[in-house]
Design a binder for this molecule. Sequence first.
Ligand SMILES: [Zn+2]
Length: 176
Amino acid sequence: MKKISHRVITGSLMLAMQSRPEAVIGAVVGSMMPDIDIKLGIAHRTWTHWWPMYAVPMFVITNMDHANAFQTYMGQEISTLLFWMCVGALLHLLEDSLTVMGIPMITPVPATEANGVPWLTRKRRFSLGITHTGGILEYLIMVIVLVVAVVVIKQNPAYQNELMAWPKMFIQSLKI
Ligand SMILES: [Zn+2]
């Protein structure tokens, strides 16, 4: 999917779920992470599009207690943002799975690096095959999700008020 589709769909989904500001912002930032492979020159939709890359850090973060070294080191706020960034990255994978190219499920190893080991190839991918990247259906899905989010928010004045107070809330949530 295109960058704009990832940002809009992820942001809309988070807003439709009436998430807190750090969750929405973290998820939108996180939704940009998997496509960093294009910039880094890694085979597209391999390692950075493999779900354990984000599910494992999420598990580590959610299973930390206050004595955990990671949390002590990173701080509660950074841990929370990292968690929501992983949620955003996983939503990115879900969005990419709608496209024909799909995402790797079992192993992220590109076919060119599998050295002929069949189960290592990236042919074992998950795809719902609904649209091609940049296809008209991709943008249609984006618009539908956006409209649903607007309708949900319109029905909830309390959340609308919350949205207005977002800049303040976001700063508070980071305890700046
Ligand atoms: Zn992607």
